[in-house]
Design a protein. Sequence first.
Length: 264
Amino acid sequence: MAGSKYQYVKNFELPDPLLPGTFMVYRLDGHSFHRFSDEHEFSKPNDLRALRLMDHAAQKLMEEYPDIVLGFGESDEYSFLLRKSTSLYNRRQSKIVSTLTSYFTSCYVLYWPTFFPDSPLRYPPSFDGRVVLYPGEKEIRDYFAWRQADTHINNLYNTTFWALVQQGGETTTQAHATLRGTISKEKNEILFSRFQINYNDIDPRYRKGSVVVRTEVPEEEAPDETEQQKKKAKKKAKPRTRIDVIHCDIIKDQFWNERRILEE
Ligand SMILES: Nc1nc2c(ncn2[C@@H]2O[C@H](COP(=O)(O)OP(=O)(O)OP(=O)(O)O)[C@@H](O)[C@H]2O)c(=O)[nH]1
Ligand SMILES: [Mg+2]
Ligand SMILES: [Mg+2]
C-alpha cells in the first residue's frame, strides 16, 4: 500500500544508529541546577537529600535497563555505561537518549517527596542527555577517572569555599579571591589550619561521588524467600543481582579487577 500522499514526509526522518561494537556512555546533567538548587534551598556545599535522590533515580534507571552495567554520579550529573554489545532500541541514538533522560527525570520527580518531605517541588526540573561512544577499555577507564577526578576537584573547592564563608566569615567575593590560583595542597592546608577539617575525613560520598554497580546476590543473603522462590531463582540461568550505590575509588585498578564490568 502506498499510503497517503503525505507519507513521503516520513523519508525526512533519518536513521541515527550508534556504531556497533563500541562502548556507549550515556550522561545526563541537570538543566540550570544552579538556579534549581537555589530555589529549593539545597545545603552547601553538598545537599545529602539531593544526592540521595539522584542515586535513587539512577538505581531505578538501572533496574529498568539491564544493559546498563555501571553508573557514576556527582552533583547534578550521572553517567551510565552500557554493555558494549547492547542492542538497546537497535542502538538508535535519539531513542536511547530521549527515553533514558525522560525515565530518569520522571523518577527524580516521582521520588522527590521521599527525599524532600518538607520541601515541595516549585517547578519542573529537567535534564539534558547525550551519548558518547568510546572505542576501548582504556577510554572507558579514563572517562570514569575523569568524572571522579572532577568530583574531587569540585568538592575540595566547594568545601573550602563554603568553610571560608560559613565558618570564616568571608563574603563569597572574598572567598573566591582567597582561593584564586591555589593548588589542592593549599586548599587542604586552609581547611586544616583554619577550620580543623581534615579533608580525608570528609564523607567519601562527597569526595568520591556515587558508584552504582550490580552485585551478585549469594543465596544465603535472601533469607525471607520461600523454598519455591529459591527453586525458581536457581532455575534461572542468570544469577540474581542487587543494585548497590557505593562511594569508592574507580581510578585505580582494584575496582575494575574485582568486577567484570567491561566484559560482554
Ligand atoms: N547547594 C548545592 N548546589 C548544588 C548541589 N549539587 C549541584 N548544585 C548546583 O548545581 C550546579 C551544577 O552545575 P552545572 O551542571 O555545571 O550547572 P547548571 O546550573 O546545572 O547549568 P547547565 O548544566 O549548563 O544547565 C552547581 O553549580 C550548583 O550550583 C548541592 O549538593 N548543593
Ligand atoms: Mg547542570
Ligand atoms: Mg553538572
